[in-house]
Ligand binder design. Sequence first.
Ligand code: SF4
Length: 452
Amino acid sequence: MALTGIQILKMLPKKNCGECKIPTCLAFAMKVAAGQVDIAECPYVDEAVKETIGEASAPPIRTIKIGTGENAFTSGGETCLFRHEKRFENPTGIGVLVTTAMDDGAVASRLDNFKKLHYERVGVLLKADLIAVKDVKNDAASFTTLVQRVMAEVTTPNLVLMSDSVANLSAAAKVAKDLKPLLYGATADNAKEMAALAQELSCPIAVRGKNLDDAVAVAEALLQAGCKDLVIDTGARTIRAALEDNVVARRSAIAKKYKPLGFPTINFPCEMTDDSLMEAMIASVMIAKYAGMIVLSDLQGDTLFPLLLERLNIFTDPQRPMVVEENIYPLNGPGADSPVIITCNFSLTYFIVSGEIEGSKVPSWLLIKDTEGLSVLTAWAAGKFGADLIAQFIKKSGIEEKINHRELLIPGYLASIKGELEEELPQWTITIGPREAGHIPAFLKEWKPAKK
Ligand code: SF4
């Protein structure tokens, strides 16, 4: 059960030394209880207490890592049922399947798609995360060779190694052990050997149940054997069953603190249909409802991109708008006579406006004012994008040293503050720009500095 701040405080050394970068032990204890700070930040807590507090303050769905280094994939860590209650923590991992039954060309094509289908949106890199390698021939040699090939062709891949044979899995996992692959999967029949392998290689292990009850029994066996990092496959291979199991598992873990289901889930849309559009639709349902990771048969831009966008939307923190830094952004190599455009720091606004300016090829200075992530009109209505604040920002931004004119282009939606802004910035000409970002290129191409 989760500990309260006061219970945690009783276990702290109470030096109030501030070495944890929090002024008092009480404040530190409260933050640990809220899951905002790791207990390990206090250097004076002994290991036994760290373990007790760490376990008690751990999220009801355990955080699991697959892979190593910066590219490692993290799943789980979830603390709520609904995004609006707090936020979802770790986006659903999207994986692609390669198997030992596929010919060279098919494997090459899937790996190639995995490497090249990357997208940037609102400053975030969107891409698939995992490669599932499956031993369908029940042959250690071909399985190990395929794992080696994936490792050679993809830089530090996050691997899911799938085999019915513990011996085959052991051979392939030993080749890839430095990459900390997910070992798939433990069943009621092989749980003991699989647990021993996962512990020997310090790898996470997937439960492969025949159904939800069986998955619980296997998870309990692995937990008893000392495994900590589990991933749950309930064996569901229809959209309805997989959705039901995902919901039951999440509810049991969050609402009932039911330990055997307190782990991320893995779903296999690739095994639920042969139709690629149906597969994408199933994947979209699994992303919306609690899949820790999904495995697709192939990655195609027309289905992967919408799935990545769906994932981005669901896993964006609803309490924290996405922002870009307040700054002067030079676009297309601007000079002293280039136009100066101002807008808010809501990242979607920034990326749309900067994209249009870049597309226009007109060298420009884009000023981004901190509006706490609010869009232009909302920020103005909230008093964060008024004439006085814009004027203060212009004066301190340093833009006046970079240009030989004094004309500021403001968003069309801020037309009503033109007069006020002219009073605040008497040296400047204030020009009302377009309302819609799509009209910016034509506007800039016509723009000439106003004479004052
Ligand atoms: Fe208290 Fe430890 Fe933080 Fe010092 S470092 S203030 S002892 S919690």
